[in-house]
Design a protein around this ligand. Structure first.
Ligand code: PLP
Ligand code: COI
Length: 348
């Protein structure tokens, strides 16, 4: 276990660094979730016949705790994660996790691990945070393909820096027409653990070729943008900020909805949620991806069928930068947050 004083906060990446405490709650055959408790970080004993290990009945969330200038710790919109995991539970036949258990667990884990929240630093405050990972697994044993007889909810946390190695610099995307992320009626709109296993091969190939992420297209026409690996996609086109509509395949990102609201209300921009074709994206002035891990990551180029298409000359655009700044300022609790998004947890 790394002690907080041993961490070099400036060098953090999106790597696994365990912290001292985790939260755990269980749900048995009566389908009722226990309140849960904070315990020392530890492994989870599980039957080899656990449903999650054999049939993938599991889902997760991701959110962050930030240090503010006032040395307080802030969470960003945790209720949204609570609601999204509830939708996921329904789709995967997991007994619904009460919102209060989820929210209480998040606050408790941020508080218990507060020394692991990267301290506020004026010059680089935008990169460090405590990434909080809630996960629900069907841990009970079962042989036939059916929901597990019992479940475990765990929240663990890791201090992290930027998701993409270079921080706020333009990333290169590769469009795949060979692999797809989600289909109609599938699980694209929830954070099912299996969604992420299937993305590993295309991402691995793209990374070997020098790209940072995959840009996924729709399965039907192979023409419209869906997502950027584990992040949502935006482009700025003819004075309008455009993002793919939520069609049951795309994950309803919390950063996505925050950016849509900020662009409209703070910057007075026109926004559209609709089908976005690749051809349109090639004409766009700016493009970026959004996510809890990715924050707002500028897209510099898109590689498609042997050709590289530069966006804004391969550089982060001014609107992308502006939206990034507004968002991280709110997340760190020092921009007047008119939306009640940033929630104080405790003193660091
Ligand atoms: N899309 C996928 C597939 C994701 O895994 C994530 C990450 O959570 C996102 C988009 C962005 O969602 P959010 O902004 O809620 O983190
Ligand atoms: C997040 O942004 O929270 C994610 O879940 C992305 C990821 C799989 C690292």
């Amino acid at each position: 276990m790394v002690e907080p004083h041993e961490i070099n906060w400036q060098e953090l990446s999106f790597a696994y660094t365990p912290t001292k405490y985790m939260f755990i709650a269980r749900c048995g055959a009566d389908q009722k979730w226990q309140e849960g408790e904070v315990v020392p970080y530890q492994d989870i004993p599980m039957s080899p016949a656990a449903c999650v290990l054999n049939y993938g009945q599991g889902l997760f969330e991701g959110l962050k705790a930030f240090s503010g200038k006032d040395d307080k710790i802030y969470l960003f919109r945790p209720e949204e994660n609570a609601m999204r995991i509830s939708e996921g539970c329904e789709r995967l036949c997991v007994p619904p996790l009460p919102v209060e258990i989820f929210l209480n667990g998040i606050s408790e884990i941020a508080r218990a691990n507060r020394e692991y929240v990267p301290p506020f630093r004026e010059e680089s405050f935008s990169q460090g945070s405590l990434y909080i990972r809630p996960v629900i697994w069907g841990t009970g044993p079962i042989l036939g393909v059916a929901p597990a007889p019992s479940y475990t909810f765990v929240i663990f946390a890791c201090p992290v820096g930027a998701y993409f190695k270079k921080g706020f610099q333009a990333i290169k995307l590769k469009v795949t027409t060979e692999y797809f992320r989600a289909t109609k009626g599938g699980t694209g709109y929830i954070k099912a653990i299996g969604n992420y296993a299937t993305g590993m091969l295309p991402a691995q190939i793209a990374k070997k070729e020098g790209f940072q992420e995959i840009l996924y297209l729709d399965t039907k026409e192979c023409k419209y943008i869906e997502e950027v690996g584990a992040a949502n996609f935006f482009c700025y086109l003819n004075g309008t900020l455009v993002t793919p509509e939520l069609d049951g395949r795309i994950l309803p990102g919390i950063t996505r909805s925050s950016i849509l609201e900020l662009a409209q209300k703070r910057l007075g921009l026109k926004v559209e949620e609709r089908k976005v074709s690749l051809e349109e994206v090639f004409q766009s002035e700016e493009a970026f991806s959004t996510g809890t891990a990715a924050v707002v990551s500028p897209v510099g180029s898109i590689f498609y069928k042997g050709k590289e298409h530069l966006i804004n000359g391969g550089e982060p655009g001014p609107l992308t930068k502006k939206l990034f700044e507004i968002l991280v300022n709110i997340q760190h609790g020092f921009d007047p947050d008119h939306y009640g998004w940033s929630q104080e947890v405790c003193q660091r």
